[in-house]
Design a protein around this ligand. Structure first.
Ligand code: KG4
Ligand code: ZN
Length: 332
């Protein structure tokens, strides 16, 4: 089964072709990072306009480079949320138009589920259910208990900023470039600075990262950037690892999965690897290019979720447009 995936929930326009939920024939991502850099974050209106420019040329390139004809595609999968509404609309409407034109069934996929499924791209996980997934990106910080392929339950989340967002905003405060995650990781160096709080450490699986910015802004007056960046990275990863440890204790999963753009963070990866080793749990992280937003994960999620509740395939039909009829009548 060949699925065309489409992703446009934030600032990356992405398309991919995946065969049988595993083999990626092609995965293209057009990043807008350079456009948003001067604003220090994603500007929704700029993002949706750029998606509109990008999506069809990217689709053409995918079909050309993979030598695929539309007739060979079995179904289309698209991210339907959560995300920026203007951005989502571009991917959704492109998917609907192509599904109508090419007469293909369409399936809408949750962006979080797609991030989790990035762990299955081009590999078979030997671990058994239940699994615990930590999704950390610019828009998300969620702990998800995966009881089966289609049974995903959010068991913990942030109350305010997502981890990636906290990295981006903190980098801005420190005068570093966007995206903030890699910028903070690059300059971080142990040194003398005021310790930052580890927010909500004792509060179950709930997290909060927005207050850290204020604490950092205060500490910044006396501290040096490398030491502050180091302490911020330590504070955030300490909180995440504590929450993951608590969730492991509570739900006894049989594997630990990491997903999302912040999964690129080496300190987080190492701390979680240590935890997984202590707990004797298999630990999986997708290849770096699949940690970031991409469309291969959308096609994969559709493959695993198809037919389950809320993930029915549907055919796109265009009914005769009554507004158009009236318009024609008025003109005649
Ligand atoms: O998953 P992603 O590509 O897009 C969203 O869905 O948001 O994640 C982007 C986020 C940005 O906030 C970026 O600062 C963060 O991932 N990020 C990192 C690192 N690389 C990217 N955060 C911490 N450390 C990194 N090395
Ligand atoms: Zn994402």
């Amino acid at each position: 089964m060949l699925i065309l995936g489409i992703e446009s929930s934030c600032d990356d326009t992405a398309v991919a072709l995946v065969r049988n939920g595993r083999q990626v024939l092609g995965s293209l991502v057009s990043s807008q990072v350079h456009l948003h850099r001067k604003f220090g974050g994603v500007v929704p209106e700029v993002a949706s306009r750029k998606h509109l420019e990008n999506i069809l040329p990217l689709m053409d390139e995918l079909l050309k480079t993979t030598r695929t004809k539309p007739s060979q595609i079995d179904a289309i999968a698209v991210t339907s949320g959560p995300g920026l509404s203007g951005s989502l609309l571009v991917g959704l409407n492109t998917a609907k138009a192509l599904a109508y034109l090419w007469k293909k069934p369409l399936i809408e996929v949750d962006h979080l589920a797609a991030h989790i499924y990035s762990n299955w791209i081009e590999r078979k996980l030997l671990a058994k259910f239940p699994m615990l997934a930590l999704i950390v990106s610019g828009g998300h910080t969620e702990l998800v208990l995966m009881k089966s392929y289609a049974n995903l339950v959010v068991v913990g989340a942030t109350l305010d900023d997502a981890v990636g967002e906290a990295f981006d905003k903190t980098a801005k405060l420190l005068g570093l470039s966007y995206p903030g995650g890699p910028a903070i990781a690059r300059v971080a160096k142990q040194g003398k600075t005021e310790p930052l709080p580890r927010p909500m450490l004792e509060q179950g699986l709930t997290m909060s990262f927005s207050g850290l910015k204020t604490a950092l802004a205060r500490a910044a007056k006396g501290g040096r950037v490398p030491a502050l960046a180091h302490e911020f990275q330590e504070a955030v990863t300490d909180v995440l690892v504590t929450k993951v440890a608590r969730a492991i204790n509570r739900y006894q999963p049989r594997a630990l999965l990491l997903a999302g753009g912040v999964a690129a963070n080496q300190v987080l990866r190492k701390k979680l690897a240590g935890l997984a080793q202590r707990e004797k749990l298999p630990y999986y992280i997708p290849e770096l290019k699949y940690c970031m937003d991409n469309a291969a994960m959308v096609a994969l999620a559709a493959y695993f979720l198809k037919g389950t509740r809320g993930h029915e395939w549907y055919n796109v039909e265009v009914k005769t447009n009554s507004w158009q009829l009236k318009y024609e009548r008025r003109n005649s």
